[in-house]
Design a protein around this ligand. Structure first.
Ligand SMILES: NC(=O)c1ccc[n+]([C@@H]2O[C@H](COP(=O)([O-])OP(=O)(O)OC[C@H]3O[C@@H](n4cnc5c(N)ncnc54)[C@H](O)[C@@H]3O)[C@@H](O)[C@H]2O)c1
Length: 255
């Protein structure tokens, strides 16, 4: 399989290096609005080629992996799907815009291709999705981060946001993709409750999901190590993206 990557930052780099070692991947095409970033990643891979645009690699690839920004999803999402290519989206926060979500969904349906949303930095999405097949009453995400990872300074544990996932994603677009993924798996952006906490004592990025419904109760917690290349990202986000590629390539699916 030939893979196109949009965004060669922390996650794009981890995924490119992992994909470069996968037997099922023949060629990797790398695009970043900063050509030096794509070049840096290419220099660490054997199968990678740098391209000047998404349009340049689109006819070649089967799957496109986005790890750039919300803006990149609106810029390239439809283009990729209209070309009949599957799309893996990491900037899931972009999908809080219902018009963009519908356009992408409709295009994927028309062109018989898929949009994959890796579970990212959070664990328990599988349980929430399964639980949503029956009555799901409440889903809450509590995200606790070191203040610097939120770009602020506080001297004690401070709740900096409490509200629904739609507002969380709008106010913290770079930090709260997990809220978007959780919403899409469960109760939607308006009914998923989110708390974001800045804690100067914490060294990890902690996501806790609490839910109850007809299935019973769910509590899932992960304490994430920051990505060494970008302290705002959790390393687990890169791993979930790499796992998504494995799923696409392998006949056995853990779903
Ligand atoms: N789903 C999750 O759980 C999860 C977790 C962490 C990060 N993310 C999201 O994934 C994305 C990538 O994260 P990262 O930590 O690798 O970020 P990063 O800042 O390290 O890298 C992003 C790269 O994308 C490039 N880029 C940005 N906009 C672009 C565009 N329009 N066209 C082409 N290139 C563009 C930048 O130049 C940069 O090199 C971000 O949107 C982030 O919010 C999702």
């Amino acid at each position: 399989m030939k893979l196109g990557i949009i965004g060669c930052g922390a996650i794009g780099t981890d995924v490119a290096i992992a994909a470069d070692c996968m037997n099922g991947i023949e060629t990797l095409y790398l695009f970043d609005k900063d050509p030096a970033a794509a070049q840096r990643v290419a220099s660490r891979c054997k199968k990678a080629k740098v391209t000047r645009s998404v349009e340049e690699f689109l006819p070649e690839v089967m799957v496109v992996f986005e790890a750039a920004s919300q803006e990149a999803v609106s810029q390239y999402g439809e283009l990729v799907l209209a070309a009949g290519r599957d799309l893996i989206i990491m900037s899931i926060g972009s999908l809080f815009d219902p018009r963009l979500l519908k356009r992408l969904e409709d295009t994927a349906r028309e062109r018989h291709c898929r949009i994959y949303l890796p579970s990212g930095a959070v664990c328990g999405i599988d349980g929430i999705f399964a639980a949503s097949m029956a009555q799901l009453d409440n889903v809450t995400l509590v995200t606790t981060k070191p203040p610097e990872s939120l770009g602020i300074q506080v001297d004690k544990r401070t709740v900096i946001f409490e509200g629904n996932a739609r507002d969380a994603v709008k106010q913290f677009p770079k930090n709260i993709n997990v809220a978007a993924c959780l919403s899409l798996a469960g109760l939607g952006f308006d009914k998923t409750h989110v708390e974001i906490v800045a804690d100067p004592v914490s060294t990890r990025i902690d996501h806790r999901i609490l839910a109850h419904g007809q299935f019973g109760r769910l509590r899932a917690e992960v304490e994430n190590m920051p990505n060494p290349q970008n302290p705002k990202s959790s390393y687990m986000a890169s791993l979930s993206a790499i796992a998504a590629l494995h799923k696409i390539l392998n006949p056995i699916q853990i779903i």
